[in-house]
Design a protein around this ligand. Sequence first.
Ligand code: SF4
Length: 149
Amino acid sequence: MSGKSIRWISAFVYGTVMVIGWWYPVVALAVFLLMGLALLAGKRRKWCGSYCPRGSFLDLVMKRISPKKPIPRWMTGKRIWYISIAVFLCMFGFQVVASGLLESFSWKLMGKVAYRMCFVTSMVALPLALWRNHRAWCSICPVGNLLRR
Ligand code: SF4
């Protein structure tokens, strides 16, 4: 399968998860399953450029409507990344506690947490793409920054 096909499929997964996940949040686990498979296959460094569903969606869809301005320097420094990972971890911790996952594990609850994380981060990523650059989110994305290390 060509790289372009993989990216379109990946972007489709993102769009589907974002829409269907509102009613069936368990589908959001597909994104994490994909990431796990990519990592197991040794594609850590290729994840952001080729496999990430949101990255593919940003490239294939949002790029068409993004002003494609340069990403501001303050968004590419280490400080903003530390802030973003701290916010991400706090949000994740809060979601885990609030969803009741600590009391009883279920895939449904896990999906809820995953979907909420995807949804909230998308509420930052998509406006950033419209305001500045389709990949602006990727400069502060906690996951991408960890994988690129
Ligand atoms: S930086 Fe984050 S959103 Fe962007 S491609 Fe990588 S993992 Fe996906």
